[in-house]
Design a protein around this ligand. Structure first.
Ligand code: TYD
Ligand code: MG
Length: 443
């Protein structure tokens, strides 16, 4: 018998809690919690997950059976492609390109897999067919499954089999036999558990596509991450073409790598030389603009940081950032004021990482400071200069990981001087230890 757990669910937004609450902490509505019985996870009822016990020495052999996709960037992020029986979650903002990427990856796998089943939850098969036509994909090895009810899907797979299952998206599938509300966190967990059991029992890899909600977690809370083997996020900005596929969890490999892609008219393409992608402006000196090199996995990426410091017309000055953390900006402004004597605090400040990418690498701090100083003092930074270093609260500049690799990349792409810390001073490197020295070097 499955364990029966009593739970309360908000009838407005589906938020569930073990205790009754008067006001829903998510949607803010009052008296919306209803009690319901969750009759165990339905996956247990539909798919038995019993497997034969095995000796440790013979376990794990299956992991070596990896299937490489036709996208080397995808293979890099996943640590060697698709493993049989694995469950992978790929999250991202709506419209970022998840369905496009999945369809292209599926197409690149048809040489290895003869039957790929694609559950069409977000769009109907005709819409997916039109996308495939646009991408030049035409195969009968990809089967579009038009229904989102999982118990009948599981039965269908048990009879028909599949080499790979793609669920687009996990938020749209549901199980008829479950008591949970459609769209609730419980329903989501049950669907994932059901598909995980299916994957493990039949040794079929399953890829779940999931939408990131406003607060940045897949399906509201990050409820699914612990249930799956691998979690990838497709990041980027809808108004730019650059996309980063980032791995945040991987039971079959490292999480250090990222895959770099570009959204084009003809679908998603790999970017094999990422730095070259952003170097258009090297050699052009603009006010408030500084170059730096960040690391994406093991690869250096040259980027441009722009700052604008302007007189504030309101009592409380604005702080506006795109691609850079708000709080980090406040910290750097405080350091520039306290340790560098620059009183930027009363002005409006805008920071923009160009190309639509997000950086939280501390190595870009110094470039943010240089861009701020340039805009505040209205002086352009020297041409072909880059800034790499972490800025501490005492105004000290710290060295960052892969510093030689970053400097090498900058020089390779046309930078002539790198201002950084932790390296010996040489013809292409200025070594500085604190924020005063930065002011010296750029003035
Ligand atoms: P999509 O894969 O539907 O995003 P998601 O599944 O993450 O919601 O991609 C949607 C966007 O991608 C849409 O705005 C159109 C754009 N796009 C291209 O730029 N090129 C293409 O070849 C395709 C198919 C889509
Ligand atoms: Mg989609």
């Amino acid at each position: 018998m499955a364990k029966v757990k009593v739970n309360f669910v908000c009838s407005e937004c589906g938020y569930d809690t073990p205790k009754w609450l008067g006001k829903c902490p998510v949607c803010g509505k009052w008296d919306t919690f209803k009690e319901f019985k969750e009759s165990g996870v339905s996956g247990e009822r539909l798919v038995s997950d019993f497997r034969e016990p095995v000796a440790l020495s013979s376990a794990g052999k299956i992991i070596s059976q990896r299937v490489l996709s036709g996208f080397s960037e995808f293979n890099r992020v996943t640590g060697g492609g698709i493993v049989s029986g694995m469950v992978m979650l790929i999250g991202g903002d709506p419209g970022i390109g998840k369905s496009t990427l999945m369809l292209q990856i599926a197409d690149s796998l048809i040489v290895k897999f003869s039957k790929i089943v694609y559950i069409c939850g977000e769009e109907n098969p005709d819409q997916i067919g039109m996308r495939a036509f646009r991408l030049g994909i035409n195969t009968d090895k990809i089967i579009l499954y038009p229904d989102t009810e999982l118990s009948s899907f599981v039965k269908w797979i048990e009879n028909e089999g599949a080499d790979l299952i793609i669920v687009d998206s996990i938020q749209t599938v549901y199980n008829d036999k479950s008591d949970s509300f459609a769209g609730s966190v419980n329903q989501l967990k049950e669907s994932t558990s059901l598909l995980t059991n299916l994957a493990k029992k039949k040794n079929i890899p399953v890829i779940l596509v999931g939408h990131v909600t406003k607060d940045g977690a897949i399906a509201g809370p990050r409820v699914l991450e612990h249930m799956v083997d691998t979690v990838l996020y497709l990041e980027g900005d809808r108004y730019h073409n650059f996309r980063i596929l980032r791995c945040v969890k991987n039971r079959f490999g490292s999480t250090n790598e990222t895959g770099l892609f570009e959204m084009t008219e003809g679908g998603i393409k790999e970017v094999n030389d990422p730095s070259a992608y952003f170097i258009d402006n090297i050699g052009i000196s603009r006010n408030g603009s500084a170059f730096t090199v960040t690391m994406e996995g093991s690869r250096p990426l040259i980027i441009e940081i722009q700052a604008l410091v302007a007189t504030s017309s309101f009592g409380t000055p604005q702080r506006n950032t795109v691609g850079y953390d708000h709080k980090k900006l406040s910290k750097l402004l405080a350091v520039l004021e306290k340790r560098g004597g620059l009183f930027i605090g009363n002005s409006d400040v805008f920071i923009n990482v160009t190309g639509g990418i997000k950086v939280d690498d501390p190595g870009v701090d110094l470039a943010v400071c240089a861009a701020l100083v340039s805009s505040f003092t209205n002086k352009n930074l020297p041409e072909r200069m880059a800034f790499i270093g972490e800025v501490g609260l005492a105004g000290e500049i710290r060295s960052v990981s892969y510093i030689e690799k970053r400097v090498g990349e900058a020089i390779k792409l046309g930078i002539e001087k790198v201002v950084t810390s932790g390296l010996k001073e040489r013809s292409d490197v200025y070594n500085i230890t604190n924020i005063y020295e930065l002011l010296d070097r750029i003035n």
